[in-house]
Design a protein around this ligand. Structure first.
Ligand code: TXA
Ligand code: MG
Length: 318
């Protein structure tokens, strides 16, 4: 299969929507990372996501919809979930909530759970695609399973070329980290994955602390696989400097071949994180290095999600 790169113009949107309607796969930009989209009603199409990504079948998918009203056709949102939706949608928040009977979503999306992960993206290209396609789009991040999430169209092409029908090019994703995932259950909210919206901001709206992700009804906790978000080269965190065989990614005053944010700005660091890991991966080879060292990132705000991704990226590989 020849993977087409589509421009985000009327022709591009029309072709992308046609591909989705006919059961194909289209990668598209969201404000967090690129998603690999399929028609969420079409099980054959959803199955193609798993095979294109070589993703283990037990990992459920996020459904992307145009607005809160549409989301409520598919899930039950209680008062707290509604509060979060009203405050953070459109935006990088995913809510996992009980699926509505008769939702007609493909069973492959839930991987056997009785909940659905749903979100309303803010990126104008994602929104235009949802509007023209006029239906729910199931989409995981558009990378081969276990590797770094893509934050531009060429990352997607490098990872999935020939395995998907098209990539809708919307430039660089400005958040750069996947969405924060909240499980809303029995009038309580649990954090399943830290991400583009810091926990603190969510807790401020809720008026209480999020419960941790050890919730018994969610045996499938996101990013369970140990080598999630991994670059090819080995990664060492909290490095003050690099050894000879290491490629250095700096932060703040700690310098390196690349610097996530020389101002020490965590929002800027988050938006650069995955593309710098992609770049570092390529550059380690050319520079004859074997590892990547990365400077300490403070554990507050978006730093929590950044450290979570780095921890997974540096954990032992299968
Ligand atoms: O920012 C994002 O969230 C991006 C963009 C494309 O929307 N998507 C993304 O999808 O990161 P993915 O598939 O790479 O990660 C979604 C996570 C998975 O770890 C999955 O286990 C979890 O969401 N998940 C999906 N449905 C779930 C459910 N019903 N219960 C618990 N976890 C769920
Ligand atoms: Mg992913």
């Amino acid at each position: 299969m020849d993977t087409k790169i589509l421009k985000a113009n009327p022709d591009g949107f029309a072709i992308a929507s046609e591909i989705l309607k006919s059961g194909g796969l289209v990668a598209f930009p969201t404000e967090t990372v690129y998603g690999l989209g399929a028609d969420a009603f079409n099980t054959k199409a959803v199955a193609k996501i798993y095979s294109a990504k070589k993703r283990p079948n037990f990992n459920p998918l996020i459904v992307h919809v145009i607005d809160l009203e549409t989301a409520q056709k598919f899930v039950y949102l209680d008062a707290d979930a509604l509060l979060l939706a009203n405050n953070f949608w459109p935006g990088p928040l995913t809510i996992v909530a009980p699926i509505r009977a008769g939702s007609n979503l493909s069973e492959l999306i839930t991987a056997g759970l009785d909940t659905i992960a749903i979100r309303v993206p803010a990126h104008p290209v994602a929104r235009k695609l949802l509007e023209i396609f006029n239906g729910p789009v199931a989409a995981p991040s558009a990378n081969p399973s276990g590797s770094i999430s893509p934050t531009n169209a060429s990352h997607v092409k490098n990872g999935l070329n020939g395995r998907i029908h098209a990539i809708l090019n919307g430039g660089k994703c400005n958040v750069g980290l996947e969405s924060t995932i909240i499980l809303s259950q029995n009038e309580e909210c649990h954090l399943l994955r830290s991400g583009g919206i810091p926990e603190k901001n969510i807790e401020e709206i809720l008026g209480y602390k999020l419960l941790s992700n050890k919730h018994p009804i969610s045996p499938i906790s996101p990013g369970q696989l140990s080598s999630h978000y991994a670059p090819n080269a080995k990664l060492r965190m909290n490095a003050q400097s690099a050894s000879e065989d290491e490629y250095m990614i700096g932060f703040g005053h700690i310098i390196g071949q690349l610097n996530l944010s020389s101002k020490g700005d965590l929002t800027e660091a988050a938006s650069n994180l995955f593309s710098y890991l992609h770049m570092a991966d390529e550059d380690t080879l050319t520079l004859g290095k074997t590892k990547i060292a990365i400077a300490p990132i403070p554990m507050n705000g978006l730093g929590i999600a950044i450290n979570d991704r780095l921890k997974r990226a540096s954990s032992p590989r299968d």
